[in-house]
Design a protein around this ligand. Structure first.
Ligand code: CP
Ligand code: NVA
Length: 305
């Protein structure tokens, strides 16, 4: 029987709740894991459970591969084919999973469920995405930018499109770095006022016009216009049309601007083929870096760094 009392750990829930020092530790470890690929291992086997109430390709595969490379193993619970799908509560599920496993990734809709889970769990919980946040993604994104820029301080980073979960986690990250974060969204699609009010300091600016928001941008980031669980309709797509990342928009930056997208992309909607497949697109490295970032997050949660 495992004695969890002797096993201190850290949850990875949202970036604004983690100290800057710890964020930098995770980032440093992400680069280290990449450099020493396949070298780092747990001294004793660790088991990761992943609960998916929403679909995933990158998060699921990179955590599974990452855990296995660390000498760990993985068990996956899809909502539909576990008792969760028949109504067993997440809290009851978690109480049981805490006995079998060492760490859990949770992907779901409601962020409150993530926090409830973290309260009953005796093992670390990693936020694998909710409707409100996607912190794992942002660790990989920042790692990707650190490979291109000496420092993130003073960079102009433009978020163009939907003010969604990924954008929210960038807002959380902005408290740890001194980049300028310029957000441009259609009316009604900016991040929630409450969040903006809480984190709006000098380095977050809002723009109605995407063509203004990208002037002097070092990095442009976008994401799907229709996130998982949202209703797609022609009216919504029409509203976002002006926010497409295309060659015409990139010309406005007056710079060689890098492009990030967490993927999956909807080519022809939020981004054109020319941009996503272009010379300044970092999306494939960004996706690759999820693997190293997730290994670093696992190590950090289990206090191995
Ligand atoms: N970017 C990202 O989280 O991708 P998945 O939804 O495929 O995991
Ligand atoms: N905003 C997207 C991110 C996918 C990784 C979604 O929630 O569907």
């Amino acid at each position: 029987m495992k004695n969890k009392m002797k096993n201190p750990f850290r949850h990875f829930l949202n970036l604004d709740e983690i100290d800057t020092k710890e964020i930098n530790l995770i980032l440093k470890e992400s680069h280290k894991v990449k450099k020493n690929y396949k070298k780092k291992q747990f001294t004793e086997k660790k088991i990761l459970a992943m609960i998916f109430e929403k679909p995933s390709t990158r998060t699921r595969v990179s955590f599974e591969v990452g855990m296995k490379l660390l000498n760990g193993d993985v068990v996956i619970l899809d909502h539909a084919d576990s008792q969760l799908g028949r109504g067993e509560s997440l809290e009851d599920t978690m109480k049981v999973l805490s006995k079998y496993t060492d760490i859990v990734v949770y992907r779901g809709s409601n962020e409150e469920r993530l926090y409830k889970l973290s309260k009953v769990s005796t093992v670390p919980i990693i936020n694998g995405l909710t409707d409100a946040s996607h912190p794992c993604q942002i660790i990989a994104d920042i790692m990707t930018l650190q490979e291109k820029f000496e420092s993130l301080n003073d960079l102009n980073i433009s978020w163009i499109g939907d003010g969604n979960n990924v954008c929210n986690s960038w807002i959380h990250a902005s408290i740890h770095f001194d980049f300028n974060f310029k957000i441009s969204c259609p009316p009604g699609n900016f991040p929630q006022k409450k969040l903006l009010k809480k984190f709006k300091k000098g380095n977050i600016q809002l723009y109605n016009d995407p063509y203004e928001a990208v002037i002097d941008s070092d990095v442009i980031i976008t994401d799907t216009w229709v996130s998982m669980g949202m209703k797609n309709n022609p009216e919504r797509l029409k509203k976002f049309k002006k926010f497409q990342i295309n060659e015409k928009l990139l010309k406005k930056t007056n710079k060689q601007t890098y492009f990030l997208h967490c993927l999956p992309a909807h080519r022809g909607c939020e981004v054109t083929d020319g941009v996503i497949d272009g010379k300044k697109s970092l999306v494939w490295v960004e996706a690759e870096n999820r693997l190293y970032a997730h290994q670093a997050i696992l190590l950090w949660c289990l206090k191995k760094i």
